[in-house]
Design a protein around this ligand. Structure first.
Ligand SMILES: Nc1ncnc2c1ncn2[C@@H]1O[C@H](COP(=O)(O)OP(=O)(O)OP(=O)(O)O)[C@@H](O)[C@H]1O
Ligand SMILES: [Mg+2]
Length: 629
């Protein structure tokens, strides 16, 4: 169960790179042989060269001094000859040993280069793959998820958490693999030198491991909390800067700055908590290591003095040399373990994303919607966002092919919600919606959405060129088609008047365009898509008369010949509709033409009187509207 959010979840991301990973491990193996070999070499140097050379200095080393007779017959010439022969022999041995030492030393940087470079490759490929995967997951999540999720939270998971998590890859293909290898080879060599001393090290190990694991657990918990704070901070930044105009207008810079400061402060405190545990852990293991070293030195010297354990000077020196070499892997290993624990905080949050249930999937036998023949029908549709309160109640509504239906109602009554059900941004809580008698859920989403264009209440543009924004409706459209759509949306001339024309970047959310221009660009986008079903949520923001006129013209071009559901705020749109549906308290309360409904009075008349200019309520408005066109 625990592994669900553990490092094993990352295995599939490593699998494609197994060959490189193999190279990493091979070079790690060579590296450990090199590092330990370097320490071990002191033994042959001592045994084969240094100690015999020391002996050579004293006559006693050469003369068989215990037998007087021999001593007399051992002439100075003979002694000189022996001395020279031995010196030559030692020189030869030294050369060989130096050669071996050089080879060992050359091996280390070579292996090091390969393992570092190759592991960097693996780690970053995995990071890239994981990030793309997470992005796909988020994109696949239904709208209801994104309505709830904070954008900063998503961003920080995509960014900070993934890079935190990828530190664990770095360690797995770095210290976490290298150091145990080095330890293994080192301990093997030590075992070969003196198994008794090595077994003693074995005794010191369990408490150390226990210590490291305990610290690691603490760090993991604390790092998770810290990552949550990072999410909160990014969220706050996004809020602040996407609402920068409001911030400026209300002069709340100071308050925003304070809020940010306090978030940063609490992030800092979290960071410090993690850092404290890290340092504490490092210091304690360091103390532990140093103590063990001293204990071994003591035991070794004592053993030599008392001629125990078969210890000799070269063996002890090499053993301690190896032990010092091992000090670094032990330290690194416990550090790496802590860092991995730290990274686990991020990894857990990443795994949570991998666990997200994606958007409503197509049924295996989903149909393709080729063409709309009859129209759309809502059958007893109820909908609730939270599973509690019904926003829509028992809606029955038929929209025939080619018909324009205008939805009106008080703000918050559920107009946008109702239209959101058609492209299946949400599925009905009860009842069903049919196109040509087939439940929407039986169509493949691709084919369904291929027929629908949605113009949202707030025009949204991406921070790219105008051309790209229009082409968003149909990426394969030609330049000429894009221009054609822009003309139909009455935005072409305005675009051409810009210094860079269609290549003008619109800024974040289209900030560089006026409200009316923005709306017409989104209309052009929908025109280019050429959908058979159009869902139009008229912007409630009021435009000046001139702008309003162009938007109106653009919209009427867009609606031509399509099955349209329009959430109408403009009288002209309402009047052009074939049918008007009045929503009240989540239900359809009235239906009919403008005149009929006006005649019936009730909410419709009230709305018209409230929202529309008095002159619009004068008789025969239809003609007036047409005169305007
Ligand atoms: N994503 C959401 N999650 C939860 N509740 C929501 C969500 N979107 C809207 N609501 C609620 O559902 C109700 C209907 O909202 P909806 O946006 O459909 O109203 P509307 O008729 O389009 O209003 P307006 O004319 O102001 O655009 C409102 O009470 C709103 O608070
Ligand atoms: Mg709305």
């Amino acid at each position: 169960m625990k592994m669900r959010h553990g490092p094993l979840r990352m295995l599939p991301y490593a699998r494609p790179y197994w060959k490189v990973i193999l190279a990493v491990f091979l070079s790690m193996m060579l590296y450990s042989v090199g590092v330990n070999g370097r320490a071990y070499l002191i033994k042959p140097f001592l045994e084969e060269v240094i100690i015999p050379a020391e002996g050579l200095r004293s006559i006693q080393g050469l003369k068989p001094n215990d037998i007087d007779e021999l001593r007399k017959s051992y002439s100075p010439e003979q002694e000189q000859r022996d001395r020279e022969r031995l010196t030559a022999l030692l020189r030869k041995r030294l050369l060989v040993l130096i050669g071996v030492a050089l080879a060992v030393v050359a091996l280390i940087p070579l292996a090091n280069f390969v393992k570092e470079y190759a592991s960097f490759y693996v780690v970053h490929r995995m990071l890239r793959d994981l990030q793309c995967d997470l992005c796909d997951r988020f994109l696949a999540m239904p709208l209801s998820y994104h309505n709830r999720a904070r954008k900063g939270e998503i961003l920080s998971r995509l960014n900070s958490d993934v890079s935190k998590a990828s530190q664990s890859f770095k360690l797995v293909f770095g210290d976490l693999a290298q150091e145990p290898l080095t330890l293994l080879v080192g301990v093997g060599a030590m075992f070969y030198l003196s198994w008794q001393l090595t077994l003693m090290i074995g005794l010191a190990l369990p408490p150390l491991v226990l210590l490291v694991v305990r610290f690691g657990r603490k760090i993991r918990k604390k790092s998770r909390k810290r990552q949550e704070k990072v999410g909160a901070q990014v969220s706050s930044m996004i809020q602040m800067f996407s609402g920068i105009k409001v911030v400026k207008a209300f002069r709340t810079e100071e308050a925003e700055s304070q809020r940010f400061r306090s978030l940063s402060q609490s992030l800092f405190q979290r960071e410090m908590k993690v850092a404290r545990t890290h340092s504490l852990s490092r210091s304690v293991t360091e103390l532990f290591n140093n103590l063990t070293y001293i204990v071994f030195l003591g035991v070794g010297v004592y053993a030599i003095l008392n001629e125990m354990l078969g210890l000799t000077l070269p063996v002890l020196v090499a053993f301690l040399g190896l032990a010092t070499t091992l000090y670094r892997p032990i330290k690194n290993l416990s550090k790496a373990y802590n860092e991995v624990s730290d990274a686990m905080g991020g990894l857990e949050r990443v795994c949570e994303v991998l666990d997200l249930e994606p958007d409503i999937r197509d049924r295996p036998d989903a149909r393709t919607l080729d063409e709309i023949r009859e129209g759309i029908r809502f059958e007893n549709v109820s909908f609730s966002y939270d599973g509690n309160q019904l926003v829509l109640k028992n809606i029955d509504l038929t929209i025939r092919k080619g018909e324009t239906v205008a939805l009106v109602g008080r703000t918050g009554v559920g107009k946008t919600t109702l239209t959101d059900l058609i492209p299946r941004f949400y599925d009905p809580t009860e009842g069903r919606i049919l196109i040509d008698g087939v439940d929407l859920r039986d169509y493949s989403r691709d084919s369904l959405l291929g027929h629908i264009a949605v113009v949202t209440q707030e025009p949204f543009l991406f921070d790219t060129t105008i051309e790209e924004n229009i082409r968003y409706g149909r990426p394969d459209a030609t330049d000429e088609e894009v221009r054609e759509a822009a003309r139909a949306a009455y935005i072409h001339d305005a675009i051409m008047a810009l210094p860079e024309g269609y290549k003008t970047r619109v800024g974040d959310r289209g900030a560089r365009l006026s409200g009316g221009e923005r709306q017409r660009v989104t209309v052009a986008r929908a025109i280019l898509k050429n959908p058979s079903i159009l869902i139009l949520d008229e912007a409630t923001s009021s435009l000046d008369a001139e702008s309003e006129k162009w938007v109106k013209l653009a919209v009427s071009n867009l609606m031509k010949g399509r099955t349209t559901v329009v959430i109408a705020h403009r009288l002209s749109t309402i009047q052009n509709a074939d049918r008007i549906v009045v929503l009240e308290d989540g239900r359809v309360s009235m239906m009919g033409s403008h005149e009929e409904l006006l005649h019936q009075g009730g909410l419709y008349r009230e709305l018209c009187e409230l929202q529309l200019r008095p002159e619009d309520l004068s008789p025969a408005p239809r003609e007036k509207a047409e005169g305007e066109r």
